[in-house]
Design a protein around this ligand. Structure first.
Ligand code: SF4
Length: 272
């Protein structure tokens, strides 16, 4: 029997709706600073991973929408992107093994340009309605692990204070859905819900019982407790959770410097 992921997808769509509302608020309140628009594809060359629920969601939408030549062309592009990402991840791994400072490595990763396979020949997103949350928020200030970022094509300036979307909280919520999937399908993979993968991989993967660790045989290895103790891949976004933060914080666009719960920097380009 085919696995039914509807309840998880609905939860994911609820987060997407919140994220879109937050972006809309930025657009309405700071129209001169938010520059996202048709024809700009800067974010489509950035290197980022998606969580399990996003990967499965994108995969389902991709399968619904594409067939024939168009599908083959996207899969070819995904293969090319995957090879580039794999090479880059190996380079990052080697650099971390050699003891290079993490910030240097992250800076290099941030500068890397890999064209997203979903970007079509006209520089438009082929899954725009189903695009990941990272893409939906790329043009407004976000923070990961207390560090603020924004796309350099926007009007938001480094060193200035702005309302900032806390990506750690959004990531926690997405990972929580991943854990629910893991439990819901009865997976024996203890790290399944924490998986992070690039869009290129998300669309080519088949999320069947074998992959999810439901059946006897599998192509995804089980993790040992020792492996669980190892640090997560450096490219993956950190899932840091601040004490006492609620889910509502993720969609809050108020100044965090005035919020006792968040108490985080909202200065672009560094901590306060
Ligand atoms: S999914 Fe769409 S919006 Fe996101 S990076 Fe790929 S092409 Fe760009």
């Amino acid at each position: 029997m085919a696995l039914d992921f509807t309840e998880y997808f609905e939860k994911y769509e609820a987060i997407v709706a919140e994220v879109d509302a937050v972006f809309k608020k930025f657009e309405t309140e700071m129209p001169d600073l938010v520059k996202c628009g048709k024809g700009c594809s800067d974010c489509c060359y950035a290197l980022f991973d998606v969580t399990l629920v996003e990967a499965m969601y994108i995969n389902a939408k991709f399968n619904e929408k594409f067939s024939g030549m168009e599908r083959s062309a996207i899969l070819d592009r995904a293969d090319k992107a995957d090879r580039q990402i794999h090479k880059l991840k190996r380079k990052v791994f080697k650099a971390s093994q050699e003891g290079r400072p993490v910030n240097d490595i992250l800076l290099e990763v941030a500068k890397a340009r890999v064209r997203c396979p979903m970007l079509d020949d006209n520089d438009l997103c082929s899954i725009y309605e189903s695009r990941p949350i990272t893409c939906r928020l790329y043009g407004v200030p976000t923070s990961i692990g207390g560090e603020a970022h924004t796309c350099n094509k926007t009007g938001f300036k480094g060193g200035e204070k702005y309302p900032t979307v806390n990506m750690d909280i959004i990531l926690d919520r997405l990972l929580a859905i991943g854990k629910e999937i893991q439990t819901g399908v009865g997976s024996r993979f203890r790290e399944l819900g924490e998986m992070l993968l690039p869009v290129s991989m998300a669309i080519v993967t088949e999320y069947d019982e074998t992959y999810l660790g439901v059946g006897e045989k599998t192509n995804l290895r089980e993790t040992s407790p020792e492996e669980e103790d190892k640090p997560r891949e450096i490219i993956a976004p950190a899932a840091a959770k601040g004490p006492g933060k609620s889910a509502a914080c993720a969609s809050c666009t108020e100044s965090k410097s005035s919020c006792e719960t968040c108490g985080e920097s909202i200065v672009l380009g560094g901590k306060e």
